[in-house]
Ligand binder design. Structure first.
Ligand code: SF4
Ligand code: SF4
Length: 153
């Protein structure tokens, strides 16, 4: 008798709310300021984090009420998968949507976030606070980071 496949093998549209939420690896990279080239729509990540992001836990300090403080915060859902193009290539939602599966360091496969942090795939202790740096595009241009784009398997 064959073992049933883990839930992350089924289509995103068929996941329960709990399954969907557990796909998030907690890397924090979607909470970084980004620049998008108007002509090419290429996305550039910066090392400047949202003012509500905890740089150690990589979690939002006010997740349940975050829209009150950051109205343009996005919640990825099965209804807006087209927005995933501006999420980091390592994002579990984006990877599954693109048929790439979960990376070997993903917490669902390893049981904790340790491997993710060790692989350098989270923002932990790598970022600056937008409150200190500012968010004007001419400032952010000087803060473009390449590390979040790395997509190790
Ligand atoms: S980039 Fe994706 S996996 Fe990482 S914290 Fe954001 S939603 Fe979760
Ligand atoms: S409000 Fe919270 S979830 Fe939204 S970008 Fe900022 S830190 Fe991330």
């Amino acid at each position: 008798m064959t073992e049933p496949k883990p839930f992350w093998h089924k289509p995103l549209s068929e996941m329960t709310e709990q399954e969907w939420e557990s796909l998030c690896d907690g890397c924090g990279k979607c909470c970084l300021n980004k620049l998008i080239d108007d002509d090419t729509e290429e996305v550039f990540f910066t090392n400047v984090a949202c003012k509500l992001l905890n740089h150690k836990s990589c979690q939002c300090n006010k997740y349940p009420t975050r829209f009150k403080y950051v109205p343009d915060c996005h919640k990825v859902s099965v209804e807006n998968l087209e927005e995933l193009y501006w999420f980091p290539p390592s994002c579990a939602y984006r990877r599954l949507h693109e048929g790439r599966g979960l990376p070997s360091w993903h917490p669902l496969l390893t049981g904790s976030q340790s491997a993710m942090h060790a692989a350098g795939m989270s923002i932990r202790n790598k970022v600056l606070d937008e409150t200190d740096v500012g968010t004007d595009s001419h400032i952010l241009v000087g803060c473009i980071a390449t590390w979040p784009a790395a997509d190790l398997d």
